[in-house]
Design a protein around this ligand. Structure first.
Ligand code: ATP
Ligand code: MG
Length: 871
């Protein structure tokens, strides 16, 4: 049986032989495309080649691409685990032609690989071609049909509709008719009952699509019309796990060696058995699948979070936790333990799993902990809901609250309710869910217009490393509308000095000046599919003019200082804390910088000082920038450059070096570390398990920081009326304060002495008890002294003092021990009971107790009631 590793290798080798260049998988998490969060097909990373925005270096490439189909147009999440051939994260094997070969070679080679190299039985195969679509004005793909019939009998070539045989990445973008290859892996007996051709594209678990050959020739525009692309391309995608299933003669992807090690490990850890009971099998498949998706995402730098891509990852992990919780009875974290098995199995093709293993495990474990806690709380809340419910049907509103605020899965709510003989009103739940979806859709909806091209076929050049001002022409523009930003325009130039947001650094701001002096402000600059996009509120009047493009100098310089400081900080952290420190994220702005990195403990104040000093020492060394804009990726690594995982690097890269600090980086930097002036760490905190965050300032930010510190200091001097030694003044003020306090205490005691006589005079003889209930203007400590003093004088004392301070009432009760025994009195009980009258409570011992309350208005009643204890 061919191992999966070998299958992957043979695929790539086959196309390498056909003059394709093997390229690495792009990161699974996409950072520069607002229309797509995750790579959902092999073609994503080549989109710009199809659209003609960029020219490829090689016209034929092949790879295996990590894909994730959990959001947007391609979302298989709910299927995963329930069936045996859809995953959230899977590998897509592909071969591409960018304006090179077309249908004939694509079909011929696919056939050759499957039937001759992999020796798949031809009788298992069916293919589909696009039948055409009248509404779109598209013809049947007779060209593909004619090519296929050279290889496969005509009764195995089936027509497919637009849904199956016209491939589109999303609402907009490159697309075209496609031709799929399906396998029928049923037993001969089953095949005799129903012919395979009747089951193609019918969701049959044993008649499934393995390979899709897409003939890219159109671009879907914003108004949903199709536009012919200037060239024709090939884009193919074959599910690696499905191919393994076919070649390893299995009936399920989960029975291939891609999954069996994980499944065995789940069985061991959870003490369960795969293949016996459907519910348990689904749970095991869900967990085996999801741990892959989540691990690869974290390796790509996407931590679970509350928004965007991070939230999607959190939800996937929670789905796995919840299946383990309900069906495998796992109440403690366990999914993180699978990372070891996954790493062993995949690290050869995806070395990031090995290098990032520690953080992947930590993050998953922490997420498991916190979600299990949530589940626990949710269960309690649900119990309360059940207990408080008059009917046997629980409203969807309540369930939605649990779901929305606590992340409590709705299917779990329904399950628990049914176990307890209750029912969930799913209809009203759906209404709430729909409402929420509508709210968030409205909040995030972006309408993107089509590009208006002014100058064709011009590749935009970034000149912002060397210039902050230059003449430009607009090559294309379009309108975008979103709730958040309103109407904006996106402009692309023939060349630009504006740095587009990337590598953590914010985009440049500035303006365009027309020859007549009209100014259009550039509010932000971003990169989208390799185009540098400038955001403006309005369009310049004459779009065809030549403009002076000017970058905001101050903001750029401060950002550059913070960016260089970030590199030095990274180096400082690795020096002080150790080389396990890896960058996990960064934000570089004009006013401050933020740096997230892997480290397992809080960074101590002492360590922070050392890091800060490290950076400031590099600043004082006045290290010049050594930049290499075009160095082969591997060579840069060999020279010691630090690369970030999850970033997409080209064949050649740019390196930024200041002394011993060397990083792959596209950002803007100072010419000399001296330009940073000074570096100050302003905070250290935790972002996730094993990930710490440092915030810091430099240059203008540091200057302002010191200025405001010094201003505050001046104010302190002014307030203290001193010129130079505030510490001395403060110390003497503190001493004076202590002395005054002592004096007050002494005065209180004096006052008490005077009062004592008064109080003695107030003592009554009631039933042989020396009784006293009085409001006294003394503090708590003085009252206690007084009570004990009287107590030592009289052996039959019952004294209750009430006092008032700052709007609060206090009671102090003393009962001689003899009385306590004799009359079964209890001071603690007395203050508790009387305390209610002052809206408070308290307690103490049987002979001495105190109480406090917020209602001094109750004091007269307290004094009146006191006597009742001895009557
Ligand atoms: P299906 O109809 O089976 O969902 P698809 O039409 O969505 O497949 P394509 O978008 O054409 O698939 O993707 C190309 C190939 O990727 C498919 O032929 C299949 O082998 C594989 N594939 C697609 N989705 C998944 C998935 N969720 N898990 C594993 N493999 C997949
Ligand atoms: Mg699909």
């Amino acid at each position: 049986m061919m191992q999966s590793q070998e299958i992957r290798k043979q695929f790539l080798a086959f196309f390498e032989n056909k003059k394709h260049t093997i390229v690495p998988s792009a990161p699974m998490v996409i950072k520069d495309d607002p229309t797509l969060m995750f790579t959902n097909a092999g073609m994503n990373q080549f989109k710009e080649f199809f659209l003609g925005n960029k020219k490829p270096k090689n016209s034929r490439v092949t790879d295996t691409q990590k894909c994730l189909r959990v959001s947007g147009k391609h979302n298989d999440l709910e299927e995963v685990g329930k069936d045996t051939y859809h995953h959230t994260m899977f590998e897509m094997l592909g071969n591409w032609s960018f304006g090179d070969y077309f249908k004939k070679e694509a079909i011929q080679w696919a056939w050759e690989l499957l039937t001759e190299v992999f020796k798949v039985d031809k009788d298992m195969l069916y293919v589909t071609i696009f039948e055409g679509d009248e509404k779109e004005g598209l013809q049947r793909d007779t060209e593909a049909y004619d090519i296929w019939k050279e290889f496969i009998s005509e009764d195995r070539i089936l027509n497919g509709n637009k849904k199956d045989n016209f491939w589109e990445m999303g609402e907009q973008g490159p697309c075209g008719p496609c031709s799929e290859i399906h396998v029928d892996i049923r037993s001969a007996e089953e095949k005799a009952k129903v012919p395979g051709k009747d089951l193609v594209n019918k969701d049959h678990p044993e008649v499934i699509e393995v390979w899709n050959l897409v003939f890219i020739q159109f671009n879907r525009k914003a108004d949903s019309s199709l536009e012919e692309l200037p060239a024709q391309h090939i884009d193919t995608g074959m599910g690696f796990e499905r191919l393994c299933m076919v070649l390893q003669n299995k009936k399920s992807n989960y029975d291939t060696d891609v999954f069996t090690p994980l499944i065995r490990e789940i069985e061991t850890i959870t003490n369960s058995k795969y293949g016996k009971e459907e519910e348990i099998d689904i749970a095991i498949r869900v967990i085996a699948d999801h741990v892959r998706a989540v691990s690869f995402a974290i390796a790509d730098g996407q931590l679970p979070s509350n928004t965007g891509a991070g939230y999607v990852i959190r939800r996937i992990l929670r789905r796995a936790i919840r299946y383990g919780f309900t069906f495998l009875n796992e109440k403690e974290p366990f999914i993180y333990k699978l990372v070891d098995t996954l790493e062993n199995q995949m690290h050869e093709a995806f070395p990031e799993l090995r290098s990032q293993k520690g953080i992947i495990e930590n993050v998953i474990k922490e997420e498991e902990h916190s979600f299990l806690r949530t589940l626990d709380q949710g269960l309690q809340l649900l119990d309360n809901v059940i207990a408080g419910s008059k009917s046997k049907t629980i409203s969807g509103k309540k369930a939605f609250e649990l779901y929305d605020t606590y992340g409590f899965p709705i299917d779990l709510t329904a399950l628990i309710l049914s176990e307890k003989g209750f029912e969930l009103d799913t209809e009203s739940f759906d209404v709430e869910l729909q409402k929420q979806k509508e709210r968030s859709r409205k909040a995030t909806k972006i309408e993107t217009g089509d590009w208006h091209e002014l100058i064709e076929d011009d590749e935009e050049e970034f000149v912002g490393y060397d210039m902050l001002q230059t003449k430009v022409k607009i090559t294309r523009y379009r309108k975008v509308t979103s709730k958040k930003d309103g109407e904006m325009y996106q402009l692309v130039f023939n060349l630009t000095p504006f740095y587009p947001e990337g590598g953590g650094q914010v985009g440049d701001k500035g303006y365009l000046e027309a020859p007549n002096g009209d100014v259009t402000y550039i509010l932000d600059t971003k990169k989208e599919n390799n185009l540098i996009i400038h955001y403006t509120r309005n369009l310049p009047v004459n779009l065809n003019a030549t403009f002076e493009a000017v970058v905001d100098l101050d903001s750029r310089n401060n950002t550059a200082a913070n960016h260089t400081a970030t590199h030095l900080l990274h180096q400082g952290l690795r020096t002080v804390l150790g080389t396990h420190v890896e960058q996990k994220g960064s934000l570089v702005k004009a006013d401050y910088l933020r740096f997230d990195f892997s480290h397992y403990a809080k960074v101590t104040t002492d360590e922070l000082k050392q890091v800060e000093e490290f950076v400031n020492a590099r600043i004082r060394e006045q290290l010049p920038l050594e930049e290499n804009r075009n160095i082969p990726y591997q060579q840069a690594l060999n020279e010691g450059a630090v690369a970030l995982f999850g970033e997409k690097y080209g064949d050649t890269v740019r390196t930024i070096k200041f002394g011993e600090s060397m990083e792959l980086c596209g950002g803007t930097h100072v010419k000399n570390t001296a330009d940073i002036w000074h570096f100050v760490i302003t905070s250290e905190s935790a972002v996730a398990a094993g990930v710490r965050r440092i915030e810091a300032i430099s240059a203008e930010g540091a200057k302002q920081y010191f200025e405001s510190q010094s201003e505050a200091y001046d104010k302190v001097l002014a307030v203290l009326k001193t010129k130079n030694d505030p510490i001395k003044v403060i110390t003497s003020l503190q001493e004076e304060n202590v002395a005054l306090r002592k004096e007050i205490e002494a005065l209180q005691k004096e006052k008490a002495k005077g009062l004592k006589q008064e109080i003695r005079n107030g003592l009554e003889d009631v039933n042989g008890v020396k009784f006293l209930a009085q409001k006294v203007d003394l503090d708590q400590a003085a009252l206690k002294d007084m009570a004990f003093e009287l107590g030592s004088e009289f052996k039959n004392l019952f004294a209750l003092f009430a006092s008032e301070n700052n709007g609060k009432a206090m009671l102090t009760c003393y009962i001689s021990k003899e009385l306590v025994a004799e009359k079964e009195l209890n001071a603690g009980q007395v203050v508790r009971e009387l305390g209610k009258l002052i809206q408070g409570g308290g307690g103490g011992q049987p002979f001495f107790a105190t109480a406090g309350g917020k209602n001094p208005g109750g004091i007269p009643e307290v004094l009146e009631k006191a006597k009742t204890y001895i009557l």
